[in-house]
Design a protein around this ligand. Structure first.
Ligand SMILES: *Cc1c(COP(=O)(O)O)cnc(C)c1O
Length: 357
């Protein structure tokens, strides 16, 4: 029992842990999970850690029909000194509540959510892989569970946290990817749900992703849904360009997801004295910069890959090769610094990491 009365039931049958070399992304889960219920009139109640197990839900549960749900994603690392670090987890729970607002889901107590996460990580501490680049991926999420086919906010929810040991995103070092600009499909529009982390956005993105995959691209570059002119995001990451010495990224506009990696990159660049600005960026502007030899670097940012260099951008029947298809200098420095801070190898001047103890 803790300050928040989180009840803990330990498993009787521990699972076998995967070898570091067998780790993939999000396929293996730890021995326990956190779960808490919401009932209208009663609020959030019964926070508990239980053995990892399937959920039993009524087939009429609203989550299955109208998708009222939100999620988060973050990572825990174990350092050389055997400390367990979380990277800016308070930001994740703040954002979860912002997503809750948009989806008409009742707010969570952010402090309780963090306490729940820390307690769960302590229970499954042995599952955090320690080989270089590996980490424990954390997936907090909320689903609507009222059995009702009417379209309205649910009167019942479950908040759940599951944990998955994951390999480094890059098996053979950070490597640039090929990206195609998406001209037909859009990810979201201002006024829609693009700025919330909710499942429907990802369901809507699959078609474009699948088609670009068949053409040899690993992700799509999303343009704005109104004019199809302005750059929004890359796959499910935020996007940055370095043009003529300045780093630029699309400003938050109601359809872009405000990434915590994005925010950290902006803070790091400012700290280093590298010019950085958030503004509207058209794809035509990027093409012009490329033609003028001024498109120096491009990279995506997000928790899973941290920093993902873009080696080629395809638009209007032409591939723009960025930095000769190699990882740029600033891109590499950001990757090394962020992953270094997250894993305790680089001094955390910003106090971004929280130790789980
Ligand atoms: C989660 C997410 C990001 C990145 O956010 P981080 O907090 O940096 O992980 C960017 N775009 C979309 C669409 C996302 O879902």
């Amino acid at each position: 029992m803790t300050k928040y009365n989180i009840d803990v039931t330990l498993t009787q049958t521990k699972k076998e842990k995967p070898n570091a070399s067998e780790l993939a992304f999000g396929k293996v889960f730890t021995d326990h999970m956190f779960i808490m219920d919401y009932t209208e009139g009663q609020g959030w109640h019964d926070p508990r850690i239980i053995p990892y197990q399937p959920l039993t839900l009524d087939p009429a549960s609203m989550i299955f029909h109208y998708g009222q749900s939100v999620f988060e994603g973050l990572k825990a690392y174990v350092t050389k000194k055997e400390q367990v670090l979380l990277f800016r987890p308070d930001e994740n729970f703040k954002r979860l509540n912002k997503s809750n607002d948009r989806l008409c889901i009742p707010h969570l107590d952010e402090e309780l959510a963090l306490e729940a996460l820390k307690t769960l990580i302590q229970v499954d501490r042995d599952w955090i892989p320690n080989a270089e680049g590996t980490s424990l991926y954390i997936r907090p999420f909320i689903i609507s569970t009222e059995p009702y086919l009417g379209v309205s906010p649910s009167d019942r929810y479950q908040f759940i946290i599951i944990l998955s040991p994951v390999a480094s995103y890059y098996k053979e070092g950070i490597a640039p990817v090929r990206i195609a600009v998406e001209n037909e499909f859009v990810r979201s529009v201002a006024g829609g749900t693009g700025s919330a982390k909710t499942g429907g956005n990802y369901a809507a993105s699959l078609k474009a992703q699948q088609l670009s995959g068949t053409k040899g691209y690993s992700q799509v570059l999303w343009l704005d849904g109104v004019e199809r002119k302005y750059i929004e995001e890359v796959g499910s990451m935020n996007i940055f360009f370095k043009v003529d010495g300045e780093v630029i990224t699309p400003s938050i506009n109601g359809s872009i997801l405000e990434g915590i990696t994005r925010k950290s990159v902006i803070e790091l660049l400012k700290h280093w004295g590298i010019p950085v600005s958030e503004r509207k960026i058209s794809i035509a502007e990027i093409k012009e910069a490329y033609a003028a030899g001024k498109l120096e670097e491009a990279f995506g940012t997000g928790t899973a890959a941290v920093i993902s260099p873009v080696g080629e951008l395809f638009w209007q029947n032409e591939g723009m090769s960025i930095n000769g298809g190699k990882t740029g200098e600033v891109t590499k420095k950001l990757y090394d610094t962020l992953t270094g801070i997250q894993s305790g190898m680089v001094e955390d001047h910003f106090n971004w990491c929280i130790e789980v103890k």
